[in-house]
Design a protein around this ligand. Sequence first.
Ligand SMILES: [Zn+2]
Length: 387
Amino acid sequence: MSEKLVIRNIGLLLSGDLAKPILDADTIVVVDGRIAEVGKAAKVDSGGAARTVDAKGTTVAPGLIDSHVHPVFGDWTPRQSQLNWIDSFLNGGVTTMISAGEVHLPGRPKDIIGLKALAITAQRAFSNLRPAGVKVHAGAPVIEKGMVEEDFKQLAESGVKLLGEVGLGGVKQGQEAKQMVAWARKYGIQSTIHTGGPSIPGSGLIDADVVLEADADVIGHINGGHTALPLSQIRCLCESCTRAVEIVHNGNELAGLYAMRTAMELGQPERIILGTDSPAGSGVQPLGILRMISLLSSIGEVPAETVFCFATGNTARMRELDCGLVEPGRAADFVIMDRAQHTAGKDLLDSVRLGDLPGVSMVIIDGVVRCGRSRNTPPAETLAEVA
Ligand SMILES: [Zn+2]
């Protein structure tokens, strides 16, 4: 079935691409959940659409990607005993989440066969069912001592594509972590390492030396979760490797700003990706990614359109996802926003630069409208609507 969706009257189109964060286009044509065309209304083929969304001159951006979450099963988190937390994130513009380990499962198995079984089950469960339509990439085993190369091969063959945060399990030494991260990489499994002090009782310190030696693909919460490393070690991490610099909401904000500035100074903004690291001790943050964007743009003094790329195209490229950028062939995942009512900002980008949050008026995943006006953001001045 060839379903066609057209989004028209786009006032500002953010691409997710640092090379050109704002596109000179006002219309997106989607066919079968993929972006088919992006351009000016007169130039694209918008005939025969099953559905048309009128953006009413507001802003369209790629759906936001949360690079660091800890889901368990379905739309439930035991961490703060909450239901429908993923649906709440959808209302914050998030269309994709990456699991850094299903670590909050009550009674989580730590033996090798058990941790593999859990990872495979989580991977299957979240690919079979998307809570609120959000794409949750889960099934991220927390590595433990005694794992051998064959375990990683088996996990990869079973569909596991991610490692949970290295350091949350028994493997905390650089040498040991390095071997397992390398086995994971050999079989196409991406890795993230916990960075900084213990997050909750039971987790441990991972300092810059261990992070560098382990050489995981993502320097997970470089700004700590919540206790950050000394800024000198954060600088060292940015300077001494080329791995992703992940900044999270549930981290130290000063350290987050410092990590961003350091990566920018090095001329490597493409390394910066954003996450919430929630659910966590400090809760669930449905607007966490929007709040990070606003924080980094306002206090960090980086143009808002650039910071949006950190939460979309950068993460998609780093994580090898088919979403996150407004270009033909990509998944049609979008968030439609406008400046919030009564913000001092003259338009959406200006309001974010001033530290305000945008108002979300619609979220689309794979070309399907998943929510209208957000129940969580401040109200948008102008709302997109299905024509
Ligand atoms: Zn962590």
